[in-house]
Design a protein around this ligand. Sequence first.
Ligand SMILES: C[S@@+](CC[C@H](N)C(=O)[O-])C[C@H]1O[C@@H](n2cnc3c(N)ncnc32)[C@H](O)[C@@H]1O
Length: 197
Amino acid sequence: MAKTSVARDEPPVPEDFYEQIEPMLYRRIAREVRDAARVLDLGCGGCELARLLASAPGKKVTGVDVDGDGFPDARSVEPRVRRRLRCVKADARRLGFVRSASMDAAVSTWALHEMRRAPEVLAEVKRVLRKGGELLIVDFPHDSLAQRLWDEDYYTPQEVRELLKEAGYAHVSVRLIQRKQVIWARAFRPLPEEEQG
Ligand SMILES: C[S@@+](CC[C@H](N)C(=O)[O-])C[C@H]1O[C@@H](n2cnc3c(N)ncnc32)[C@H](O)[C@@H]1O
């Protein structure tokens, strides 16, 4: 007898979905950059992710945000983390305080869509990444729960892919994760043999 397949609808995405997934997402980001000793967090906000990353021995983490009001009070940060963390008020388009090719990885959560002139940001981040260094962008996608909740101007995965490719990154991979509510984009500063032209 033929089996009848019952279509199972996924439950709706709850409104606090992003809060629910944040701890898991942060751990996933930490795993992604576990081998990077020097990490930049672009649009770091209150430095929560930067603090988590800086809790790993051997890491040096620089959080950058145009608005420094959310930076933690130094006394609220554990001394061993404080030694590995610095938060700098600056525009991600102008990272003059970071030496070229000095970062092993750069991460950015929920911030790319807010950054004006994203191509300039991506070019500047490429400058400070070492060759082969990774840029990981996590952001809300267009047409997602975030769109319904906050209605900001979010990118589609295809737009993020194009921005990264146009900025000259190699091994660009952009996908939707977490029930398609999160863009997970990885890209690398090309190695010399991967440089075009
Ligand atoms: C939605 S918040 C995300 C903060 C943090 N990454 C998090 O996960 O909670 C976006 C942040 O990007 C910062 N931002 C926007 N444009 C920026 C720029 N050009 N350079 C640096 N930071 C910027 C904002 O000030 C804000 O703190």
